[in-house]
Structure formats: structure tokens, C-alpha cells
Design a protein around this ligand. Structure first.
Ligand code: NAD
Ligand code: GLY
Length: 373
């Protein structure tokens, strides 16, 4: 859409009527952020919310761009890490925004990973009874998943993302060049969510990832941009069809019923990143599907092989966790309906489906196998 060929960005639309918005994917989008934001600003004033790590690496590029576009800016800088997605930091952020005398027409800008995006989204939904926000995701996970679709949330001691709102951003600017500063482990965790799109609904994309994973993970280039833009296109299509997750959107939770249980067990630290938990969870969802005779065992093996080959975890060896306790964590999930767990299972790679019809004994058997592997 802009630039000189090398600097080309791709545009993906999220069609939600009056709340529709664009996602721009490409290198250097942050340098053009001010220009891209002007059409969605009700006043030429924004407050940037970011974390200390991202502020050090990328905030100056954003503020320089806002200066060039004549947009006044303020900032709230929070500590990095999942621990920031809690009530205490939501309060700190809300009070910080009120201290800065924001108005209803002031735009919030979330510059960071999923933690900053989710927390800023909650604040945007609540402060002054709701203001607009722009997402500038700086992790691969945030670019392909959390910045798109309007799910915002914080964690409580009861579990992950249990307090929040659906609040769509006005614009998403995914600058793929910022991913070059992301630690490899974080990049891989985000890659798990990219693989998720292939596994849940696009076998050809999974084939493409098998052939191009090394290039996607190595550095910013056409393969990485394609992976981000394609993931955003898939998410945009699903969100447009089912914004509030009454049906198809639940497919995006492939691997998450298992994954959230591991995160609950570990207390949301850095011992297991969200994307790592999802990688193990997706492997187990395919193992469970194969065990139930729903999916060819070869597809479960292929899923495990690809995730392992790039360096993602696929099992729970060495974890001394009783399977019943993990199942208990699953029972606290938002997706429980009438006491029944929701699982995303698969008929094959590229064809996932939603079910509440899984016997706890089968889940326990798959968990026991993963713990023993
Ligand atoms: P994160 O926001 O904690 O970022 C990971 C780490 O990378 C942080 O330490 C951060 O400071 C650092 N970082 C960010 N960008 C960087 C960059 N460009 N260079 C160097 N370091 C950088 O974690 P995440 O993986 O982005 O997001 C995880 C969160 O997203 C979880 O809380 C999860 O629940 C949430 N999530 C939400 C949705 C949704 O739909 N809202 C979807 C998936 C995940
Ligand atoms: N990450 C799951 C969703 O947005 O629905």
C-alpha cells in the first residue's frame, strides 16, 4: 500500500459494520503511524501505553512519526510481563489516564505485545465509559492474534482473561520490522498461533508453513509478512462472522483448553509462555482427536513433528502434575457450558470443529501420555 516495493505493506479489513477497521502489515508501518492514524482520530491527541522494554526499543520511532503528523502525545509506561495484566495495573493505568486529563475523544495507543494490548483494551473500554484505541502490536503473537478481534482482558487469581470486554480497536498497525528485536523464544511462541490458523482451517497454509518456517522465523522478509498477513486475514474473516464467539470463533481456541490449564498450574509466569502452552495444547488436541478415531494418527504425528522441528514444546515430560488437577483447571475455563468442557478437535489438519462431547477419561488418558512422554 505504501513505500517503494521493499517497504510494501498489506492491508486487511475487519468487516464489522460501523466498527470495521483496517490492519496494516509491513515493515516501517510505525514510521508512518501518524499518517495512518489521522483519519481515525477525533482529536489530534493520543496517550501511548507501552511497557519498559518496548519503550526502550521502539517508542521513539512512534513518537517521531506522531510529531511529523502534528499529533500531541503522552505516555504511560508499565512493567513488562504477564503480571501487568491484573487489577492493580489496570487501576494504575486508569488513574494515569485520568491524571493526564484525557477526554472522550482522546485516542489510546497500545504499543506492545498481547499484555499491553489486552490491558489497554480493557482501560479503553472502561475509562470515561469507553474511548477509542489503536493497536500497534510488537510481538508476533500480538500481530497475528491478540491485536485483532477486540477481545480485551486481565487475569485474576481465578484464571486467565476472566475480566474484560469486547472492544474493537479503530486501527491495527503491525510493523513486521519490530519483530527483529524480539527474543527467539517469544517469536516461536507467536509462531504457535500462526500454525494454529493452518491447523484449524487452512491445510494449504500448514503445507506452506512446513516449507517456509525457517524463513518466517529468521528475519523480516516476504515470508514473515505473508505469514502475518495471512493469519490476520483468517482471523478477520472468523471475527467478522462471529464477533462475540457464539460459534465459529471458538475454533481460534484450538489448543487453549489444555494450554490454559498448564498456565493456571504454573501461575502465568515466564516458565511457560502462552504460545508454548498453546503448542503443547494443539498437539494434545490432535492426539485426543486421533485417540477418539476422529482424525488420522498421521495428522497428529505431522502436527507434533512440525512444532518440534521449529523448537516448540509438544509434551509435558518432567512435569509432576496430577492429570485430575489439570482437568480441574479446565473446569474453570470461560468456555465451560453447563459444566461441560469445550474442546476444539480436528478431523484432519485444516479442519477443526467444536465439541462438548468428550469424556473426562479420554482427556485424562491423553494428559497422562503427555506427562509420561
Ligand atoms: P507480552 O506482551 O508479555 O510480550 C512478551 C515480551 O516481549 C515482553 O517482555 C515484552 O516486553 C517483550 N517485547 C514485546 N515486543 C518486543 C519487541 N518488538 N522486541 C523485544 N521485546 C519485545 O506477551 P505476548 O506473547 O505478546 O502476549 C501474551 C498475552 O496475549 C497473554 O496475556 C494472552 O492471554 C494474550 N492474548 C490475547 C488474545 C486476545 O485475543 N486478546 C489472544 C492471544 C493472546
Ligand atoms: N484468541 C482467540 C480469539 O480472539 O478469539
Amino acid at each position: 500500500m505504501s513505500g517503494d516495493g521493499h517497504n510494501t505493506s498489506e492491508q486487511v479489513g475487519v468487516a464489522l459494520g460501523a466498527r470495521s477497521y483496517q490492519i496494516l502489515v509491513g515493515p516501517g508501518v510505525i514510521e508512518e503511524a501518524g499518517t495512518h492514524m489521522l483519519p481515525v482520530l477525533a482529536q489530534r491527541r493520543v496517550v501511548i501505553v507501552t511497557d519498559e522494554t518496548v519503550a526502550r526499543l521502539h517508542l521513539d520511532r512512534l513518537t517521531a512519526s506522531l510529531d511529523r503528523a502534528g499529533i500531541a502525545h503522552d505516555r504511560v509506561v508499565l512493567p513488562p510481563g504477564e503480571g501487568t495484566k491484573d487489577f492493580a495495573h489496570l487501576q494504575q493505568l486508569a488513574e494515569g489516564l485520568l491524571d493526564r486529563r484525557i477526554e472522550r475523544r482522546t485516542m489510546l495507543v497500545a504499543l506492545g505485545g498481547g499484555v499491553i494490548g489486552d490491558l489497554t483494551g480493557v482501560a479503553a473500554a472502561l475509562v470515561l465509559r469507553g474511548i477509542d484505541f489503536v493497536q500497534i502490536p510488537t510481538t508476533l503473537l500480538a500481530q497475528v492474534d491478540s491485536s485483532v478481534g477486540g477481545k480485551t482482558g486481565i487475569n485474576t487469581p481465578h484464571g486467565k482473561n476472566l475480566v474484560g470486554a469486547f472492544h474493537q480497536p479503530r486501527l491495527v498497525l503491525a510493523d513486521t520490522s519490530v519483530l527483529d528485536t524480539l527474543p527467539r523464544r517469544e517469536l516461536l511462541a507467536g509462531y504457535a498461533e500462526v500454525v494454529k490458523y493452518g491447523l484449524l482451517g487452512d491445510a494449504a497454509f500448514f503445507d506452506w508453513l512446513e516449507a517456509n518456517a525457517a524463513a518466517v522465523l529468521e528475519k523480516d522478509g516476504p515470508e514473515r509478512r505473508h505469514a502475518v498477513a495471512h493469519s490476520c486475514r483468517m482471523k478477520a474473516r472468523i471475527v467478522a462472522a462471529d464477533e462475540r464467539e457464539t460459534g465459529e470463533r471458538a475454533l481460534l481456541n484450538l489448543g487453549h483448553t489444555f494450554g490454559h490449564a498448564f498456565e493456571s498450574e504454573l501461575g502465568y509466569g515466564s516458565e511457560m509462555l502462552h504460545g508454548e502452552a498453546v503448542a503443547i495444547g494443539m498437539t494434545m488436541a490432535f492426539d485426543l482427536s486421533a485417540r477418539l478415531g476422529l482424525c488420522p494418527p498421521a495428522d497428529a504425528a505431522r502436527t507434533r513433528r512440525h512444532l518440534r522441528r521449529v523448537g516448540l514444546p509438544t509434551g509435558l515430560a518432567g512435569r509432576n502434575w496430577p492429570p485430575e488437577r489439570l482437568i480441574d483447571h479446565m473446569g474453570r475455563d470461560k468456555k465451560v457450558v453447563d459444566g461441560k468442557l469445550t474442546f476444539i478437535l480436528a478431523r484432519r489438519i485444516g479442519e477443526a470443529f467444536i465439541t462438548r462431547d468428550v469424556r473426562p477419561g479420554d482427556v485424562e488418558a491423553v494428559l497422562a501420555a503427555a506427562l509420561a512422554a
